[in-house]
Design a protein around this ligand. Structure first.
Ligand code: GLA
Length: 727
């Protein structure tokens, strides 16, 4: 609900359990008042009295702008006395860039706000657009807010408009600014940082005076830092205390900053990375930022995660796919790498069918001269020397076996040893006279150029329309370097990285609309582009190249801070694991992989009979619980970063059913009789845990708990829990 109180000149925005409040103060600035537990419009005067008046600039003072540094603001300005970092900075032709944004008008509309060319919340109950005018230039800023009754996510973005005649350069335009004026206690910030094969590890550290900045400068959201930050109030735990989440719905280079000022106010803001950013805005033009999804939780990190999971499933991911059962796939990458032919693929397909797998996914190496990673990218036509009879032969074999077929592409890349590069060397990102940085021996196509995106659209479309393909794995295996396009003039090179991201979104939008029956899975050298923007096009994303049964618990735990289980693609791979060289039990790999869109990534023909029986059992189990994984509420019980156990459970919305997966990392003779308290159940219901043959009330299972199973190294357990009369 969005409420405007004319008497107070205030806006109260509310969702399921939160409210967000701001008002136009006496000086005409849009001042932030409150973000927290749900309030009612009658509370506005209290908020103004408690948080407003004291921080208003002194109206009688002609140096008024000088005092805005203490004013909690909805859009930080520059060069007029607010010395915190600005939200929007616009440079003029003479080089001046100061700003002072004051309220002009507002509009409340039904529904969501469209964001052409970029991913955005697909729906909302209501949206608010507040227009501010810069008193130092001919620029206006629209602050956009969208809310929904059934969601704890507040969606924000902004639009900068040039309402004058001269050309401006936007030097910075973040998506949101949220000031926290009431921070007497200490706050901590949690980021999700990592690396290839170690994505999204939660790292929490107290905030102190100064600025915490998390960012990617790699041209995509990156393995190293996810576009997500949480602010934790003192004492915030997994299931208690207050916290705030800030997630960008953006896949390009980003920055999120948390700035603690001299008076311990905190300003959190973020958006497109402003490092060397610039965007030319001619008279009459406007520029829209990506959206950000903000969340307030009074139920700790778990409450925040569940709110984000509901949001991504209901507002961002394609509604046709979000809750749709996912195919159980067999992917040939770790089984064969580039070394495959009809014979070894057919053997895997035949075996897959016997084990109950739904879809065979042919990974890298099927096209051009792609016998290793030095050649072929960009040549999206089948290598018939390698695959006799082409894709049709492989698809035919799948069909004979009742399997569907999926295919790997890396649409944004080109190998120098490819027909595409030989025909269009200028299509790769490079600067004449500078040897381009190579990574995995490949270059990145210049997606700021429409003709390049058009060509790739046609090439990929041809393969998809000529073959019966139900699944695409869209990979991206390197960072962007050089940050230069020969097609952009000198004074627009600062637009390069954002334009690249818009090119990626353009291709993703066109391909997913042209092939609505294809499930597109995102991937970027594992989980390097796992963000709210990518999820708009890809209902699931390859979580990490690290499929080790122990490491994956950490990666999936961290990823779940913001993203739903249904978005994590999780496979069982061979042991010793190809990344860590560790051997974990087959059952454990299956249990961990069942907490996502599951599949296999190994040579099925090399499995023992016992392992094959395990695959069948795992798939049967998965088909029992996949609805819970897709739609349920996640409770994280044992943190793999902190102790000897990993444990998570998903509970159905009606609390009648739950599924729990646990792993014990080390068999330790002294680590026994530990109690595991379940969560998310209904206290009043009686439940039956199938594997334990135990019936108990929700109150007992959550309050008293049960014992952790005693297991050897990396042993795992799965429990199916049902309400007793539901058994
Ligand atoms: C990336 C992906 C892998 C695989 C390879 C193929 O590393 O993450 O799953 O597809 O590329 O080259």
């Amino acid at each position: 609900m969005i409420c405007f109180s004319p008497k107070d000149n205030a806006f109260l925005l509310s969702g399921k359990q939160y409210s967000y409040c701001m008002y136009v103060n006496g000086a005409g600035f849009l001042q932030h008042l409150y973000y927290g537990k749900k309030l009612v419009p009658e509370d506005i005067p209290v908020l103004i009295a408690a948080h407003g008046k004291a921080s208003e600039p002194n109206l009688n003072d002609r140096d008024m702008d000088m005092y805005t540094s203490d004013m909690p603001s909805e859009c930080g300005s520059f060069g007029r006395g607010d010395f915190r970092s600005a939200t929007v900075i616009v440079g003029r032709e003479d080089g001046a860039a100061m700003s002072s944004f004051r309220y002009v008008s507002h509009l409340i509309v039904k529904g969501a706000l469209a964001l052409p060319g970029m991913p955005c919340a697909r729906r909302a109950d209501e949206s608010l657009i507040i227009t501010l005018r810069d008193s130092c230039s001919d620029t206006q800023v629209d602050l956009n807010y969208s809310v929904s009754e059934d969601s704890d996510i507040l969606v924000r973005s902004l639009t900068v408009r040039n309402v004058g005649k001269q050309t401006y350069e936007i030097k910075k335009a973040f998506s949101f600014c949220t000031d926290f004026p009431d921070t007497c206690g200490t706050y901590s910030a949690m980021r999700l940082s990592g690396a290839w094969a170690r994505e999204r590890a939660p790292v929490t550290a107290p905030l102190a005076e100064g600025t915490l900045r998390i960012e990617s400068t790699r041209g995509y959201s990156s393995h190293q830092m996810n576009p997500f930050l949480a602010l934790l109030s003192e004492g915030c735990q997994e299931e208690s205390g207050e916290c705030y989440g800030f997630a960008l719905l953006y896949s390009g280079s980003f920055a999120i900053t948390a700035e603690v000022t001299h008076n311990r106010y905190i300003r959190v803001q973020g958006g497109i990375n402003d490092y060397l950013f610039g965007w030319q805005l001619k008279g009459g033009e406007s520029f829209s930022t990506p959206q950000a999804a903000l969340c307030y939780s009074s139920e700790g990190l778990g409450g925040m995660s569940r709110a984000y999971h509901d949001f991504f499933r209901a507002y961002i991911i394609d509604p046709k796919r979000a809750r749709m059962r996912r195919p159980v796939v067999i992917n040939n990458w770790e089984a064969t790498y580039f070394d495959f032919d009809n014979e070894n693929l057919f053997a895997i397909i035949d075996e897959a069918a016997k084990l109950g797998i739904d879809t065979f996914v042919l990974d890298d190496g099927w096209f051009g001269k792609r016998d290793n990673d030095t050649a072929g990218l960009g040549d999206w036509f089948v290598n018939e020397n390698k695959l006799k009879g082409g894709l049709k032969a492989v698809i035919g074999r799948c069909k004979q076996n009742g399997l569907k077929f999926g295919l790997w592409f890396e649409p944004e890349m080109v190998s120098e040893d490819s027909n595409l590069f030989r025909a269009h060397p200028d299509w790769a990102i490079a600067k004449a006279g500078v040897s381009p940085c190579r990574s995995r021996s490949q270059l990145v196509l210049d997606f700021t150029r429409k003709e390049v995106v058009d060509y790739i659209f046609e090439a990929v479309s041809k393969v998809l329309s000529e073959n019966d393909i139900s699944y695409v794995k869209w990979d991206k295996n390197r960072d962007i370097t050089e940050n230069f396009s020969a097609s952009l003039p000198q004074d627009r090179q600062g637009e390069f990285l954002h334009r690249y991201t818009l090119g990626f979104y353009d291709l993703a939008q066109r391909l997913t609309s042209a092939f609505p029956n294809v499930l597109f899975e995102g991937c970027a050298g594992g989980g390097g582009r796992f963000d709210g923007g990518a999820l708009y096009y890809f209902p699931q994303i390859w979580t990490s190249d690290d499929t080790d049964g122990l490491e994956r618990t950490k990666i999936q735990w961290g990823t779940s801070m913001c993203y739903p289980l249904s978005s994590m693609s999780c496979h069982v791979s061979a042991c010793p694991n190809h990344q860590t060289h560790r051997t974990t039990p087959f059952a454990t790999r299956g249990a961990v992989a069942s907490l996502g869109a599951t599949g296999y990534e190994l040579d099925l023909t090399k499995l023992s009979d016992e392992e094959k029986e395990q695959v069948k059992a795992q798939i049967n189990n998965y088909k029992r619980i996949d609805e819970l994984v897709l739609k349920g509420d996640l409770y994280r019980l044992s943190d793999p970063f902190k102790g000897n156990y990993f444990c998570e459970m998903v509970v159905s919305k009606d609390k009648r059913e739950a599924y729990l997966v646990g792993e014990r990392f080390r068999g330790d003779p002294c680590d026994h009789n530990r109690v595991l308290k379940l969560q998310g159940l209904s206290e009043d219901k009686t439940y039956y845990i199938e594997e334990l043959r135990l019936a108990a009330s929700g109150a007992a299972l959550m309050g008293a708990g049960v014992l952790y199973p005693r297991l050897a190294d990396c042993g795992s357990w799965t429990w199916h829990i049902r309400e007793k009369d539901n058994v």
